[in-house]
Ligand binder design. Structure first.
Ligand code: NAD
Ligand code: TYD
Length: 355
């Protein structure tokens, strides 16, 4: 079996669902259930004996050691993290604790466990760190996309915490020989994404008739990948990646934020027409401090060496994502109660937008 951390969050839950739908191997899912974790994301596999959910912290040494001892996984995949840049700006401490110290704790536990394995089990064990393209910093308009050899230059506390964790993973391979893999992926979107991130936030604000907040001039560029493609890329890296290697994952899909927002509005106009076009709600608000201008991933290594390529294009992915949020109003209601409202006022009121 495999041990997945953060499997009740956006990407982790999509990964667990895809994994159990496509192969028989069981999953132990360790998740703290922070504001971003939600067992409703895993409703499809409720009662499935191949899915063992454990509520707990990746930064808890005894718990992680016990899970490794009890379940003897052949791999640890670390999705667990604090993941939102704006939250890292308003409160970086939890990012240092979970993303850096939590990853360190997992590495220590994995090193002890792996050290006691023998033969084939030791040779085939993997520790896979799910990371982000944000560790590479910001690109100028004409710069080449990030490759695996681009120097790390993280700009936000979130990116710095992920970069730090990646360095520890690298060091555990280099120093102790732990068979590690790192994936650095671009911005994801799709079902179950918590509506603090751009795409679900735009969909929900538009449906509620609220202002759609665009930071600064809206010309910041992100490289978008449908979440199922990220999950299939991770599976491929786990299956065939070389220990100690890094693989960038992306879908070659750079878009300015304002274009993403316009596409979402146009899709909503079509699927859920309102009295006024949704684009009339677009409001430019105060920019994010230190806002990275452009991210772009060069995914040629994973394609060349492992034969992986994204399957979903942006138009199809956005359509199915908007469709999912329209069809799952009960899910969105369940995640947009108390705590979410507090975040919306904290982040947007000071930007001059009605939350
Ligand atoms: P998310 O915020 O939706 O989910 C994070 C999950 O981790 C939640 O279920 C949360 O409860 C859990 N968690 C947080 N702290 C924990 C702790 N101390 N112990 C155990 N569980 C804990 O995040 P996501 O968007 O699904 O991102 C998953 C991973 O992918 C992260 O490592 C992130 O850095 C990386 N990533 C995200 C994106 C993206 O666009 N969202 C892109 C590239 C990489
Ligand atoms: P986000 O989804 O937070 O992802 P990241 O910061 O990790 O790339 O933001 C995506 C882009 O959208 C980023 O350039 C910031 C911008 N943005 C807005 O313009 N308005 C918003 O309300 C949010 C949340 C993000």
């Amino acid at each position: 079996m495999i041990l997945v951390t953060g499997g009740a969050g956006f990407i982790g839950s999509n990964f667990v669902l895809q994994w159990l739908a496509s192969q028989g191997e069981p999953v132990v899912n360790l998740d703290k259930l922070t504001y971003a974790g939600n067992l409703r994301n895993l409703e499809i596999v409720r009662g499935d004996a191949r899915h063992v959910f454990v509520r707990g912290d990746i930064d808890d040494p005894e718990l992680v050691a016990q899970l490794l001892r009890d379940h003897k996984p052949r791999a640890v995949l670390n999705f667990a993290a604090e993941s939102h840049v704006d939250r890292s700006i308003l409160g970086p401490a939890e990012f240092v604790r979970t993303n850096i110290h939590g990853t360190f704790n997992l590495l220590e536990a994995a090193r002890a466990y792996w050290g006691k394995l023998a033969g084939e089990a030791q040779r085939t064990f993997r520790f896979l760190q799910v990371s982000t393209d944000e560790v590479y910093g910001s690109l100028g308009a004409k710069d080449a996309p990030f490759s695996e050899t681009t120097a790390y230059a993280p700009n936000s506390p979130y990116a710095a915490s992920k970069a730090s964790a990646d360095h520890m993973v690298r060091a555990y391979h280099h120093t102790y020989g732990l068979p590690t893999l790192i994936t650095n992926c671009s911005n994801n979107y799709g079902p179950y994404q918590f509506p603090e991130k751009l795409i679900p936030l735009v969909i929900l604000n538009a449906l509620a008739g609220k202002a759609i907040p665009v930071y600064g001039d809206g010309q910041n560029v992100r490289d978008w990948l449908y979440v199922d493609d990220h999950c299939s890329g991770i599976r491929r890296v786990l299956e065939a990646g070389q220990p100690g290697e890094v693989y960038n994952i992306g879908g070659n899909c750079e878009k300015a934020n304002i274009d993403v927002v316009q596409t979402l509005c146009a899709t909503l106009n079509e699927l859920r027409p309102a009295a006024k076009p949704y684009a009339s709600l677009i409001t430019h608000v105060k920019d994010r401090p230190g806002h990275d201008r452009r991210y772009a991933i060069d995914a040629s290594k994973i394609r060349r060496e492992l034969g992986w390529k994204h399957a979903q294009n942006f138009a199809g992915g956005i359509r199915s994502t908007v469709g999912w949020y329209l069809a799952n109003a009960d899910w969105t209601e369940s995640v947009t109660s108390g705590e979410y409202q507090k975040w919306m006022s904290a982040n947007y009121r000071e930007r001059g937008a009605a939350a």
